[in-house]
Ligand binder design. Structure first.
Ligand code: GLA
Length: 486
């Protein structure tokens, strides 16, 4: 009788492990305590640590709901389940209903617990690495491939970029985003997973094409996709990246939420900034923490070359225009070596029109934003290719002076942005954010150009035309006219 009761208790540490298909597992730990008909404890699902605050039922049929605070709001998970012998049978219940049946097994107490807290270092300025004097250009796997990225795809992308003119137009970084990570070896060295059999060989290959290789990690124990992060291994990982021949690191806050407070972010990023410098290799340092705690004010001090100014982009006009047109307040922080990053390009991913993608490219170039393509460049239409490789537009982005554009004129949904270029020219972008075509007419003087130019160059049409004291043109819905003014 007593034994049967004990066996039917949910109390314990349970692991739900699902294969990721690359030799790694997605692990969720249910650390449960049953007291009568009440269940308490935690659920650690990859980077998320939830506390159970609601429960009903018992071993034969229970439900638990658990919450975690994140980014000023709450994230919640709900599971239903029952104990069947040694197995905990579970389904996750979300807004769309119950998910597939899953089985968790008992594991030793302590397994899956968060690693001990490591105090962040005191602040000090990290020396400028001298890299990224113009905004970094390249490609990243996330927007198109997410967790379906592997060695063969990266090689194929590098081949394509070397042949299709992208490399020669300046896109030199080929960056692997999340899900390349495997487990650490007995000495704590990070290993790639099965999708990346030999990272050094891959770096050698990309270098042989005249390009550079980028990689991704998190200062937390887990990345956003629940893979191994750099927590407690910062110097070791920087040395590993250098030994592999890595040239760029995107360092994504993600699982760091479970170990550090927002106020510790600067010190935590500084730790990797120091580690990259100490590695002895030139590695561009890309901060990804969604624009929290005014990162633009301190990213250069931690050795950062670029920093995300907000949340993730998606392939829609709404996302691109919302992000792009809200970047003006960051303009004082852009300078050679240090760039605001409104996130990677979605050009060519299929859910916008060519007109909208031209606006995306123009706006990012006006913003002196990193140009990190996010489409399948092995297989793109001629028009997408031409948008990504328009050299006159790229020259605006890559202008040596590094001045980020400001909005100089606005009337309803029509806006003019301008930026001063190193040779004394001015880049002027005339945007129509409305869905229908619009005639835009403004006086040069009102757009911050006191002396009306005689002649302007249209960087998409590759033509020059004359103007008077005012500029007037028909701009398509969601479209742009991008001008270079002498
Ligand atoms: C975060 C980042 C994205 C991407 C994913 C990968 O959401 O902001 O750019 O790196 O993580 O998991």
């Amino acid at each position: 009788m007593v034994a049967a009761c004990a066996a039917a208790d949910l109390t314990g540490n349970w692991l739900l492990a699902t294969p990721n298909g690359d030799g790694t597992m997605r692990r969720t730990y249910f650390h449960l305590k049953q007291q009568g008909d009440r269940i308490t404890g935690t659920i650690r699902a990859t980077l998320h640590l939830y506390s159970i605050d609601k429960s009903t039922g018992g071993p034969a049929n229970f439900s638990v709901s658990a919450a975690m605070p994140i980014l000023g709001s709450e994230r919640r998970v709900t599971y239903r389940g029952k104990l069947a012998g040694d197995e905990l049978q579970l389904v996750e219940v979300n807004a769309t209903g119950p998910g597939p049946a899953m089985i968790a097994h008992r594991v030793p107490e302590g397994e899956g617990a968060l690693p001990a807290r490591i105090e962040p270092p005191p602040l000090h300025p990290v020396r400028d690495n001298g890299l990224a004097r113009t905004p970094p250009m390249g490609w990243n796997s996330w927007n198109k491939f997410a967790n379906r990225i592997d060695d063969a795809t990266v090689r194929g992308i590098a081949d394509a970029m070397a042949l299709n003119g992208m490399r020669d137009a300046g896109y030199v970084y080929v960056n692997i985003d999340d899900t390349w990570e495997g487990e650490r070896d007995a000495h704590g060295n990070i290993q790639p997973n099965r999708k990346f059999p030999d990272m050094k060989a891959l770096a050698d290959y990309v270098h042989s094409k005249g390009m550079k290789l980028g990689i991704y990690s998190s200062p937390g124990p887990d990345t956003c996709e629940g893979y191994e992060g750099s927590y407690g291994h910062e110097q070791q990982d920087a040395r590993t990246y250098a030994a592999w021949g890595i040239d760029y690191l995107k360092y994504d806050w993600c699982g760091a939420f479970t170990r550090y407070k927002d106020s510790e972010m600067q010190a935590v990023y500084q730790k990797m900034g120091d580690a990259l410098l100490a590695s002895g290799r030139d590695i561009v340092f890309s901060l990804c923490q969604y624009g929290l705690v005014d990162v633009w004010k301190w990213a250069p001090a931690v050795g950062g070359n670029l920093w995300r100014t907000g949340g993730d982009i998606s392939d829609s006009w709404d996302s691109v225009s919302r992000i792009g047109f809200s970047q003006e307040r960051f303009f004082p922080y852009a300078s050679p070596g240090h760039w605001n990053d409104p996130d990677m390009l979605e050009i060519g991913n299929g859910h916008m029109t060519d007109t909208e993608y031209r606006t995306h490219m123009s706006l990012w170039s006006m913003l002196a934003a990193p140009l990190i393509a996010g489409n399948d460049v092995r297989n793109m239409s001629a028009s997408i290719h031409d948008i990504l490789t328009n050299r006159e537009v790229i020259a605006i982005d890559q202008d040596k002076a590094g001045h980020q554009a400001k909005r100089v004129w606005q009337s309803g949904q029509q806006e003019v942005w301008s930026r001063k270029l190193a040779d004394g020219d001015t880049a002027v972008a005339v945007f129509n954010r409305a869905s229908g075509d619009a005639r835009v007419t403004f006086r040069w003087a009102d757009a911050g150009i006191p002396k009306a130019p005689a002649c302007v160059r249209d960087l998409w049409r590759h033509t020059e035309h004359q103007t008077g004291p005012e500029y007037s043109a028909e701009v398509p819905g969601h479209g742009v006219i991008l001008l270079r003014v002498h």
